[in-house]
Design a protein around this ligand. Structure first.
Ligand SMILES: NC(=O)c1ccc[n+]([C@@H]2O[C@H](COP(=O)([O-])OP(=O)(O)OC[C@H]3O[C@@H](n4cnc5c(N)ncnc54)[C@H](O)[C@@H]3O)[C@@H](O)[C@H]2O)c1
Ligand SMILES: O=C/C=C/C=C(\O)C(=O)O
Length: 482
């Protein structure tokens, strides 16, 4: 059976303690690989490799770093089919999604930052009349840590690694132990691309073991993390006394605000996607659907009809629109939320139960679920579920829609559906989220700041924000004799 190993100093290696974690295929429920179970000693080895690689990598001309990252993007594209299949099997997502979104985006992440670093510049401040000029150096930190979740495995893993490397850092990166496969495969491509040994080290294993050793390492200067809010709080507590720089992309409970004056067909189609794409396991999915009262009844009927028509199936079946949930534990969590909703008086409008796939009876399939709720205070509207469950409730006017949308401890994204420009501007100003989409969803330009407010995170990724995060500004002040 396949072994998923660390990639340290350019070489695949097993953990020093030889322990393993079972890697389960969510579409069949079977163990299909074994993951090496990393620990603090492996992190030390990787750190040493990264530290040794840093002086040369940080002094490699930007154009050369850029060329290597572009080669890595080319190699991801050349291996798209294999990587997409590996992602679909490891995660349970439809192969079509992995081929059209996840893997192309992983290549785009490297390509984008390969280009961005060649355009990166710093500020200068001339103190006129004082014979003084200040300019800013932006220097890489040294060794940094990148930790990513299971929902968009290679997509989010590379979204962190690419800017870290482009800026001249060396990296210890950890994918989720639930979906380690494509990160494992990336190691080989790094060697083929000519990335020097030790520049990127990929560590496998549990968060509380290998992840913990990365965040607690006193000499790792910055941590970029995407994952759950509770884990983010733990990382913040651990890293704060060590004065590490932190970027935290955490959970969401994102509202869709649907007004009667929107382009109805476009809204309906996109709302089905923003609810159930990737089985609802995207931090940006719109999980609280708020609809203006005058179109509530019609929307409810049409939305149920389109949701029921979604084809649930094996990830590798080309007709599949909804694949398997990522794990048994996650399936049980999703099921528990349906029971919580029922106990709180919610009405299950469709779905609400496991989907039995006769060919794969042990697979983790769940029906896309719509629940009508009476109050935004119910648990399914306040807690992140991160699966194929959305809630539905009406609002009477813009003020109520805004109040409901902002009534959340999370603040990642919101989607507003309206043809009224004034309203879209008013709401964009007042929604307490890091991202507002108007008449669209998950429409990404990699130059834009990406991240959340409140308990959805700290800091921003993307474009210059990411390059600033992965560099330390140093002001140089020079005076001269006139
Ligand atoms: N805001 C975003 O951009 C974004 C994107 C994707 C997912 N998410 C969030 O991620 C969550 C789902 O992912 P998950 O279940 O993999 O999250 P998680 O927090 O359990 O795990 C994320 C990563 O952190 C590691 N980890 C766990 N404990 C750790 C520790 N003590 N020290 C260091 N690393 C540790 C895990 O091994 C994994 O690699 C959801 O809450 C979702 O909203 C957020
Ligand atoms: O599940 C979370 C999705 C995160 C998406 C991004 O970080 C992105 O599109 O850059």
């Amino acid at each position: 059976m396949k072994k998923v190993l660390h990639f340290i100093n350019g070489t695949y290696t097993a953990s020093l303690n030889e322990d393993e974690i079972a890697n389960i295929n969510p579409s069949s429920g079977d163990v299909y690989a074994h993951i090496t179970r990393g620990n603090a000693k492996d992190v030390d080895l990787a750190f040493t490799a990264a530290k040794e690689a840093f002086p040369k990598w940080s002094n490699t001309p930007v154009q050369e770093r850029s060329r290597i990252l572009n080669r890595l993007a080319d190699l991801i594209e050349a291996n798209l089919e294999d990587l997409a299949k590996a992602e679909a099997i490891d995660n349970g997502k439809p192969l079509s999604l992995a081929s059209q979104v996840d893997i192309p985006r992983a290549a785009a992440n490297f390509r984008f930052f390969a280009q961005a670093i060649t355009q990166f510049s710093t500020e200068a401040h001339e103190s006129q009349g004082l014979h003084t000029v200040n300019f800013t150096l932006r220097q890489p930190h040294g060794v940094v840590g990148c930790i990513s979740p299971w929902n968009l495995p290679l997509y989010l893993f590379t979204w962190k690694i690419a800017p870290a490397l482009a800026a001249g850092n060396t990296v210890l990166a950890k994918p989720s132990e639930v979906t380690p496969m494509t990160a494992y495969l990336l190691g080989e491509l790094c060697n083929q691309a000519g990335l020097p040994k030790g520049v990127l080290n990929i560590l496998q294993g549990y968060g509380h073991e290998v992840g913990q050793a990365i965040i607690a390492h006193p000499l790792i200067k910055a941590i970029s993390f995407t994952g759950g809010t509770t884990t983010g709080q733990h990382i913040a507590k651990t890293a704060a006394p060590l004065f590490k720089k932190l970027s935290l992309e955490l959970g969401g409970k994102n509202p869709n605000l649907i007004f009667a004056d929107c382009d109805y067909e476009q809204m309906l189609k996109t709302t089905v996607r923003s609810s159930f794409a990737n089985q609802g396991q995207i931090c940006l999915c719109g999980s609280r659907i708020l609809v203006e009262a005058s179109i509530y009844k019609k929307f409810k009927q049409d939305f149920i009809k389109q949701t029921k028509a979604l084809k649930i199936g094996h990830p590798l079946d080309k007709h599949t629109q909804v694949g398997a949930l990522v794990s048994k534990q996650h399936l049980e969590k999703i099921e528990a939320y349906v029971n919580i909703a029922k106990a709180e008086g919610g009405t299950i409008l469709c779905g609400g139960k496991r989907h039995q796939n006769p060919d794969y009876p042990k697979g983790f399939y769940f029906e896309p679920t719509i629940i009508e709720v009476q109050s935004n205070q119910c648990r399914i509207n306040q807690e992140e579920i991160f699966g194929p469950i959305v809630s539905l409730m009406p609002f009477k006017d813009e003020a109520e829609a805004l109040a409901l949308a902002n009534d959340s401890k999370y603040g990642l994204s919101a989607s507003v559906w309206t043809s009224n420009l004034d309203r879209s501007m008013r709401l964009s100003q007042q929604l307490q989220t890091g991202i507002v989409w108007v008449n669209t969803w998950l429409n990404r330009d990699l130059r834009t700041p990406f991240g959340g407010t409140k308990q959805s995170g700290l800091g921003r990724e993307g474009g210059l924000e990411a390059l600033r995060f992965f560099t330390e500004p140093k002001n140089v002040c020079i005076t001269y004799k006139p």
